[in-house]
Design a protein around this ligand. Structure first.
Ligand code: CTP
Length: 398
């Protein structure tokens, strides 16, 4: 699965703290998430953890010495700083913090901090007295004022045996800070996007409903892609076979009516509404209060139309809809685009087995309000999600 970390270049700085071994876990998690991790170690860090260990985990060269002729970074030693999407120093010692605050660049890591234009995250780890010392606090305040992000150390038992603030923050917290920073620089930063997903269920009686096999995969992929590109996401989800994704507001609903209410609430102040949910077009006229018994040989259900949520949603936000078609795909989708006053419609060919319900791939055609028709090849739902968001960006006011 792609995340904010996929294909990102991350410099992981490691300094000489007893917590240096935890850098291996961070390097491993970042690498597994698809990031290119360039580890830069101070001389002291190499005494706590071997560069070879970090090289094995990341599969990439580890920079230790500015004048190391073997290193691929020697000739252009600021290339690391320039390639970085984010620089993370974990653990960061008092000495590293002091040198960074003073603008000293006497080794590969401090040089990288000085030369990079990427956001910098520091996760301090040290003895409680060193951390609380006013000089360390002043240095941290200085760095914060310059835009450094500090992941505060945790309270707990320190290597010295003392209990206090100074332990390297939880790895989850450091990972979260990295993800947040990368998403913030995304092209949807600051945009509010409402996504619907899943298949609505219209009750017949207390134990039965009219439903559809929507897995929610397409809508969830859009919500996750938008989150990873920096958007503030609200996911309104009808029943789906997926766990609620972190980093967004999730509103669970069951019926088309509930979804309409949730959408009406969520679109206030939104920049876009993307309706990937498979909304039932009909609901039983009345819901039986007790379970319907099989007394009769036949049963007729009277159905009435559900509200067309997308057509009825009105406001300044952009509207993106889906069209599940089996024939005349483009012509039918264009009709829906016009009738529902959409900005973009995503037309699905439901006759293709690799597309649509339940599967991880989708083959769609994007059609926009200017009449541009863009057929896409068979892609993963995440790739389709990013293509939809690319198109949305064209119409979003800057
Ligand atoms: N939609 C909606 N409210 C409904 C039904 C659908 O908001 N009551 C949205 C869907 O989420 C989707 C688009 O409208 O984005 C689909 O439009 P629809 O006209 O229902 O197309 P199909 O589902 O393809 O159905 P049909 O072709 O039978 O009209």
């Amino acid at each position: 699965m792609e995340t904010a970390l996929t294909n990102k270049t991350i410099v992981l700085g490691v300094t000489g703290s007893i917590a240096a071994y935890k850098a291996a876990d961070i390097a491993s998690r970042l690498t597994k998430a698809g990031a290119k991790v360039n580890v830069v170690m101070t001389e002291a860090a190499t005494r706590f953890i071997s560069p070879l260990a970090l090289r094995s985990i990341t599969g990439r060269a580890v920079a230790t010495d500015m004048f190391d002729l073997e290193s691929q970074y020697t000739i252009e030693h600021i290339s690391l700083a320039e390639a970085a999407d984010v620089v993370v120093v974990a653990p960061a010692t008092a000495s590293l913090i002091a040198r960074a605050a003073a603008g000293i660049s006497d080794d590969m890591l401090t040089l990288t901090l000085l030369a990079t234009k990427a956001p910098i995250i520091l996760a301090p780890a040290m003895n409680v007295n060193m951390f609380e010392n006013s000089v360390t606090q002043e240095n941290l305040a200085k760095l914060k004022a310059r835009g450094f992000i500090i992941v505060d150390p945790a309270h707990g038992r320190l290597a010295s045996g003392r209990v206090g603030k100074g332990r390297l923050a939880d790895i989850d917290q450091i990972m979260g800070a990295i993800q947040q920073v990368l998403a913030k620089s995304g092209d949807l930063a600051g945009k509010k996007i409402v996504v619907t997903a899943g298949g609505t269920r219209e009750p017949i009686d207390p134990v039965r409903h009219i439903g559809n096999p929507s897995s929610g995969k397409m809508g969830y992929a859009i919500a996750q892609a938008a989150r990873d590109r920096g958007a503030k996401v609200t996911l309104i989800t009808a029943p789906a076979s997926l766990l609620p994704p972190p980093g967004m507001a999730v509103m669970p609903v069951k019926t088309a009516l509930e979804m309409k209410q949730a959408v009406t609430k969520a679109v206030k102040g939104a920049d876009a509404l993307i309706m990937a949910a498979a909304v039932a077009d009909y609901q039983p006229k009345s819901v039986a209060r007790a379970k319907i018994k099989k007394d009769a040989l036949a049963l007729t259900l009277e159905l009435v139309r559900t509200p067309d949520i997308l057509a009825e949603a009105k406001g300044k936000f952009l509207k993106v809809g889906f069209a599940a078609e089996s024939e005349d795909i483009v012509a039918n989708a264009k009709k829906k685009l016009k009738n529902k006053q959409l900005d973009i419609i995503v037309a699905n060919d439901i006759t293709d087995k690799k597309s649509g319900f339940g599967v991880d791939t989708n083959k769609v055609t994007l059609i926009d309000k200017k009449g541009k028709v863009e057929p896409l090849p068979l892609l993963s739902k995440r790739e389709v999600a990013d293509k939809i968001l690319d198109k949305l960006l064209v119409f979003l006011p800057h």
